[in-house]
Design a protein around this ligand. Structure first.
Ligand code: ATP
Length: 241
């Protein structure tokens, strides 16, 4: 069954609440992201974007509410749902003493990737790290480690990609390549939800725009345009020089 014919949203949640002590970060968040879409989540520092992404990825439990990935309820089918998610967070989840290829081989085994060697070469190419593939991760620049973290997240071809400020640390070309990668990703029916503070990225990439404010989520038409009149998506101009 293709993702698009799965019949439910790629990502959905109802009534998510998350409290840290007496501080309520999420106060009843509802989310629905369709298949084949790039959704961009905005919000001020501390609004709860990372908190929400981690809950959707099954890395953190909400205090109330339910979330689903590909129709699988995270509370009941978390193990299976997590295998359908690729997560790019602030931590790369890479082993610094292993090479790029060794890291990807480790994760390929963990996820039971078919034809792992071919898949590893393919993702290394997608993030332009073929020529560094046998270098230890700790010898790579921050931006290169971020690119390898994207390769790790897409390795098992998850149905849903969740990315927390993926552009941070990336140079202009790498941001443009990531935009291309996400467009390819969603054109095959898969879905991506990312947080960013860059309006340019939102404008260039988003099919739908979500804003988290005071613990609640608002859904907006991308940049005030109707879906028909929305500007053609393009690569954003420089984000980090
Ligand atoms: P930014 O744009 O700065 O990355 P954000 O929107 O991603 O912010 P979160 O990281 O989700 O925000 O944090 C939301 C709030 O929850 C903040 O006030 C933060 O201090 C608090 N918070 C996050 N994680 C924890 C934790 N483990 N324990 C206590 N408080 C936390």
């Amino acid at each position: 069954m293709s993702h698009a014919s799965a019949g439910s949203s790629a990502i959905s949640a109802v009534g998510l609440r998350k409290d840290y002590g007496d501080r309520s970060v999420l106060r009843g968040v509802d989310v629905a992201v369709a298949w084949g879409q790039i959704a961009v989540l905005f919000g001020a520092n501390g609004a709860g974007k990372t908190t929400l992404l981690r809950i959707l990825a099954g890395l953190s439990r909400p205090d109330a509410g339910e979330s689903h990935i590909a129709g699988l309820r995270m509370r009941r089918s978390g193990g299976r749902a997590r295998t359908l998610v690729g997560f790019v967070g602030h931590q790369t989840l890479l082993y610094s003493d292993l090479t790029c290829r060794e890291n990807l081989a480790f994760y390929a085994k963990l996820y039971g990737v078919d034809h792992p060697q071919a898949r590893i070469e393919s993702v290394l190419e997608q993030v332009a790290l073929v020529d560094r593939a046998d270098r230890r991760v700790r010898t790579l620049s921050h931006g290169m480690q971020k690119r390898l973290s994207v390769a790790r997240a897409i390795l098992h071809e998850p149905a849903v990609l969740l990315l927390d400020e993926p552009e941070s640390g990336l140079d202009t070309d790498s941001v443009a390549s990531l935009g291309d990668l996400l467009r390819d990703w969603t054109s095959s029916g898969k879905t991506a939800l990312l947080t960013t503070h860059s309006l340019e990225i939102g404008q260039a990439w988003a099919d739908s725009v979500l804003t988290l404010d005071r613990g609640r989520l608002a859904v907006e038409t991308p940049f005030g345009c109707s879906a028909d009149a929305a500007p053609a998506k393009s690569n954003p101009s420089p984000v980090h020089g």
